[in-house]
Design a protein around this ligand. Structure first.
Ligand code: HEM
Ligand code: HEM
Length: 133
């Protein structure tokens, strides 16, 4: 799958979950987990969709293994971070290492994305590992 398609599809799924989370908070009147909700939406919807647009604008990058891997790490780490932050804010301190490790992974993955953005012109011809359409 292309990095952009993966980004767009994961982003719409994550925002549906994020909105469900927001509605649950609003209906229950208990907003204590809002930082988890905020980061699920901001990293899983806004940031991921923006990354998808970037990859879509650079078709030579879109099918590269490094781009697809970057998006997968972002998705998995965002879900773990949002859950971890939500759990910590609802009093489950045991989830703190989960939130911490996922946050560091997100930071590292953003460094990788920044590297891809800066190197994009030189990355044409990087092996994709995927058959041409
Ligand atoms: C059905 C849609 C949504 C509902 C019902 C909802 C509901 C909520 C609620 C109840 C809070 C807690 C407010 C507070 O106690 O201060 C909140 C916070 C927040 N939400 Fe949502 N939300 C929705 C969608 C989104 C989306 C799509 C985004 C981002 C693109 C977003 C970003 C945020 C942020 C950043 C905060 C934290 C704001 C702060 O710290 O003051 N939300 N949301
Ligand atoms: C590794 C990535 C990130 C980490 C570790 C992180 C961590 C944090 C922490 C510790 C807070 C304070 C939460 C609290 O008051 O309990 C916060 C708040 C906030 N962050 Fe992040 N953040 C990250 C990425 C981002 C990104 C990429 C965005 C926007 C695109 C963002 C938007 C916000 C917003 C709007 C708030 C205030 C809303 C809230 O209280 O949840 N963060 N973040």
């Amino acid at each position: 799958m292309k990095a952009s398609s993966l980004s767009f599809q994961a982003a719409v799924l994550l925002v549906l979950v994020g909105m469900g989370w927001g509605l649950a908070m609003a209906i229950s009147g208990d907003h204590v987990t809002h930082p988890g909700h905020a980061h699920l939406n901001l990293l899983g919807w806004v940031s991921l969709f923006l990354m998808g647009i970037f990859y879509h604008l650079h078709p030579a990058l879109d099918r590269t293994r490094v781009a697809v891997a970057q998006v997968w790490v972002w998705i998995v780490a965002t879900v773990i971070m949002a859950l971890g932050v939500g759990l910590v804010h609802s009093g489950r301190d045991a989830a703190e290492p989960l939130a911490a490790i996922a946050s560091l992974l997100i930071f590292a993955d953003m460094i990788l994305f920044a590297w891809i953005v800066f190197r994009r012109d030189r990355m044409v011809g990087v092996p994709t590992g995927m058959p041409a359409e």
